[in-house]
Design a protein around this ligand. Structure first.
Ligand SMILES: *Cc1c(COP(=O)(O)O)cnc(C)c1O
Length: 375
C-alpha cells in the first residue's frame, strides 16, 4: 500500500534534531511561555516577513482569536458579516460563528478551488467587515485582487493560511498579505508539530498585543485581566519541535512541488482533471505549497475504489461542505452548485516529501490505465 501520508517517515528524518530539542525543553524545567516559544515566534515571523507571530494552541484558535481581538478593538461587532469561500474546511466557518459573526458563503473558482474575487465583491453588503480567503490545498488565493477589493470597501482581511506555509505571490508570503493570518501546525500540515499548535502572523502592533492577551486569560500582565480571555498557548515542547521542522520546510515544499509536477506531466487519462497545467515549471509554482494534490473526476467513488484495490491510498478533502453539515442545519437547503460539484468530484492523491520516484511512476501508470465506467 502506498500510504496517503507517512508522518512517521517525515519525522524520522529529523529524529536526532527533534530528540535533542525535546531534551532541551525537558531539562530546562520551563514548559509554558519560555524561550522556545519566543524564538519560534521570531523565526516564523521572519519566515513570513511579518512584524509579529503569536503562537496559540491550534489553527482554529488562531482564526477565532483574531476575529475576537478585532471585536475587542472595536473593529467588529456581533452580527457583522464575514465573506468566506463555501468550499473551505469547516474550521474557517467555525471561527466566524464562534464569534457570533455571520459567515457569507461565496462560491469558489472551480479550477483553483479558491475564493473568486468577483463573487466576493458581489457579496459585499453594508454589514460586511471582513474577507476571509483560504489558501486551500496550499494554493494562494488571488490576494492582489482580494486586497484591492478590501481596500476599496474598507474591509479587514484575515488569511486562513493553515495549508499554505511558505507559499508566496510576487515574493510576498502567505500570512503577509492580509491584516492578519491564521496558521495551523497540526501534525499533518506542511509545517507540522508533534501534536496541536497554531499561530497568527500580523504587522499590526495593537492586534498582536490583543491576541496575546486573549490567549492568556485576557492578561498581558500577571493577575491583571483586561478581557474575558481563554487559555490558548503554544507549548514550549511544540515550539521546539516546530523550530526543527521550520528549518526543513522549504526543502520539503520544493519536493512537494516536484511531485505535483510529475503527476501533472505524467497523468494523461482524459477522465482526470488536473489541478495545474502540465506546462508549468517549478519556478512558477511559488504560489502553491501543495499541502494536497486534488484532482477531479466525474465518477470519483469508482476511481477511489479502483485506486484502493491497486494499493494506493487516497482521501477526499472534503466530502461534505460546511453548508451541508448538521452543525449548520439552517443552511442545509441552500444551494452552492460549484461547491457541491467540487465536493462530488475531488480526490486527493498521496503527496508528501517522502514519496519515492518509483511510487509516483507507479501511481501515474495505474491512473492512466483506469477506464472510467461512466465518463
Ligand atoms: C487545519 C485547518 C484549520 C484548523 O487548524 P487546526 O490546527 O486543526 O485547528 C483551519 N483552516 C484550514 C483551512 C485548515 O486546513
Amino acid at each position: 500500500m502506498i500510504p496517503f501520508l507517512d508522518l512517521k517517515a517525515i519525522n524520522a528524518q529529523y529524529r536526532n534534531e527533534l530528540v535533542e530539542a525535546a531534551a532541551r525543553v525537558i531539562d530546562s524545567g520551563w514548559y509554558i511561555q519560555g524561550t522556545e516559544v519566543k524564538a519560534f515566534e521570531q523565526e516564523f515571523a521572519d519566515y513570513c516577513g511579518t512584524k509579529h507571530c503569536i503562537g496559540v494552541a491550534n489553527g482554529l484558535d488562531a482564526l477565532i482569536l483574531t476575529l475576537r481581538a478585532w471585536k475587542e478593538m472595536g473593529k467588529l461587532k456581533e452580527g457583522d458579516e464575514v465573506i468566506v469561500p463555501a468550499n473551505t474546511y469547516i474550521a474557517s466557518v467555525l471561527a466566524i460563528t464562534e464569534n457570533r459573526l455571520v459567515p457569507v458563503l461565496v462560491e469558489p473558482n472551480l479550477l483553483t478551488y479558491n475564493l473568486c474575487p468577483k463573487n466576493a465583491e458581489a457579496a459585499i453588503t453594508s454589514k460586511t467587515r471582513v474577507i476571509l480567503p483560504v489558501h486551500l490545498y496550499g494554493q494562494m488565493a488571488d490576494m492582489p485582487a482580494i486586497m484591492d477589493i478590501a481596500n476599496r470597501h474598507n474591509l479587514l482581511v484575515l488569511e486562513d493560511s493553515a495549508q499554505a506555509h511558505g507559499a508566496s505571490i510576487n515574493g510576498i508570503k502567505a500570512g503577509n498579505w492580509g491584516h492578519a493570518s491564521g496558521f495551523s501546525f497540526y501534525s499533518g500540515k506542511n509545517l507540522g508539530a508533534l501534536g496541536d499548535a497554531g499561530a497568527i502572523s500580523t504587522n499590526d502592533d495593537e492586534l498582536a498585543q490583543t491576541i496575546r492577551a486573549l490567549g492568556n486569560y485576557g492578561s498581558n500582565k500577571k493577575y491583571e485581566n483586561l478581557y474575558q480571555g481563554v487559555n490558548s498557548r503554544l507549548d514550549e515542547i511544540q515550539a521546539a519541535m516546530l523550530r526543527v521542522k521550520l528549518r526543513h520546510l522549504d526543502t520539503e515544499t520544493q519536493r512537494r512541488r516536484e511531485v505535483a509536477l510529475s503527476y501533472v506531466k505524467g497523468i494523461t487519462n482524459p477522465a482526470i482533471k488536473l489541478p495545474i497545467s502540465p506546462d508549468l515549471t517549478l519556478e512558477s509554482l511559488a504560489n502553491h505549497a501543495f499541502h494536497l494534490f486534488v484532482m477531479q473526476t466525474k465518477n470519483r467513488d469508482n476511481l477511489q475504489e479502483y485506486l484502493t484495490e491497486a494499493g494506493i491510498q487516497t482521501l477526499i478533502h472534503y466530502p461534505i461542505p460546511p453548508h451541508k453539515q448538521k452543525a449548520y442545519e439552517a443552511w442545509n437547503s441552500s444551494v452552492y452548485p460549484i461547491t457541491e460539484a467540487i465536493h462530488q468530484k475531488i480526490l486527493s492523491l498521496p503527496i508528501s516529501p517522502m514519496i519515492e520516484d518509483d511510487e509516483i511512476i507507479e501511481i501515474i501508470g495505474i491512473i492512466n490505465s483506469y477506464e472510467s465506467n461512466n465518463g
